[in-house]
Design a protein. Structure first.
Length: 94
């Protein structure tokens, strides 16, 4: 439920002017997020729930795996659109 809220809330400000898929980044965290770093996620409960949400709203997306610090940096630099399964950090104020 929290994942769905996070994804729907975050997508409000997203505009896709380049007709590219949303880039969702996440740190590998078996069994919740499964796959190899730098590659597309291959499974896990967080990944499956995110796929359900984006498939239902018809928004193209890619879920790629990177080390956690790189995920945070990619968000800050505008290279990624969402972090999946994010927790509280000192970088972002919740």
């Amino acid at each position: 439920m929290a994942l769905i809220f996070l994804l729907s809330f975050s997508s409000v400000g997203y505009t896709n002017n380049e007709n590219r898929p949303l880039l969702i980044v996440v740190d590998p965290w078996p069994p919740y997020v499964i796959g190899d770093e730098g590659e597309l996620a291959t499974g896990g409960i967080f990944v499956e729930k995110a796929k359900e949400v984006f498939d239902q709203i018809g928004m193209p997306y890619e879920i790629r795996l990177f080390p956690w610090k790189r995920c945070l940096q990619m968000i800050q630099d505008g290279q990624a659109d969402f972090i999946l399964a994010n927790g509280k950090t000192t970088i972002f104020r919740w």
